[in-house]
Design a protein around this ligand. Structure first.
Ligand code: PXP
Length: 246
């Protein structure tokens, strides 16, 4: 069954908007631990967070506290830097998703160039594997990147659905086809196929038609919907959409 990782970065963004300068910022509203627990109660199979080099939303302490509190699994998205790798090795999330990191972007804009960064990625993947962390690469739905994932020996890829989400009409159909081929390709190599970025309550109807999908990571749309209906209902509605019930 297709499972859902809820990305709660935006909840930290809201907290930081008010409390970034306060040392006690971790205990003030909105509470990330409560958000993670609500997502789990509603049926999420994991909690996803991105610890960025500039710490614009998730803070180091959040990562450690969530590690202690969540009962499903923690998926840590991270850029391939020594500093964040060191934290990941101490936190021991069940999963790490390696993503590109560009300080200027609001959120992750493009996939990781795994094919172009094999030499830098290989030792990181090895160190994460050595402590039992499953590794995913957030990549464009592109044959070269899937081949790189295979060569790096990771368990999973997360196909970047941003271009699909931003396209309309025939261009969107083309992007869906690219995702479809990439999912088939990755599956043939034995890679678990995940997807994320820009998935919402409308485009989920098309996303769910992709073959071999194991997990979606969704943040913005669920957190935005939660403002109207609460987080548990927002997660439950997305899960219904993933199943085809909505
Ligand atoms: N997957 C990855 C790797 C991401 O970096 C993000 C956030 O940009 C998401 C999924 C969730 O994207 P969204 O917030 O658009 O649902």
């Amino acid at each position: 069954m297709l499972s859902l990782g809820v990305n709660i970065d935006h909840i930290a963004t809201l907290r930081q908007a008010r409390y970034a300068a306060s040392p006690e910022a971790y205990n003030v509203e909105p509470d990330l631990l409560a958000a993670a627990a609500a997502s789990e109660r509603a049926g999420a199979s994991g909690i996803t967070i991105h610890l960025r080099a500039d710490r614009r939303h998730i803070q180091d302490r959040d990562v450690f506290r969530l590690r202690e509190s969540i009962t499903t699994k923690l998926n840590l998205e991270m850029g391939n830097t020594a500093e964040i790798l060191d934290i990941a090795l101490r936190v021991r999330p069940e999963e790490v998703c390696l993503v590109p990191e560009n300080r200027a972007e609001i959120t992750t804009e493009g996939g990781l160039d795994a094919a172009g960064q094999m030499r830098a990625l290989a030792p990181t993947v090895e160190r994460l594997h050595a402590v039992g962390i499953r590794v995913s690469l957030f990549i464009e739905p592109d044959a070269r990147q899937i081949e790189a994932a295979r060569q790096l020996g990771v368990a999973m890829v997360e196909l970047h659905t941003g271009a699909f989400a931003n396209a309309t009409g025939a261009a969107q159909t083309d992007e869906l086809r690219r995702l479809h081929h990439a999912a088939e390709h990755a599956h043939r190599f034995g890679l678990q196929v995940n997807a994320g970025h820009g998935i919402n309550y409308t485009n989920i109807r098309k996303i769910r038609t992709l073959p071999h999908l194991a997990e979606l990571n969704i943040g913005h749309s669920i957190i935005a919907r939660a403002l109207a209906v609460g987080l548990e209902s927002a997660v439950a509605e997305m899960l219904a959409g993933m199943k085809g019930d909505a």
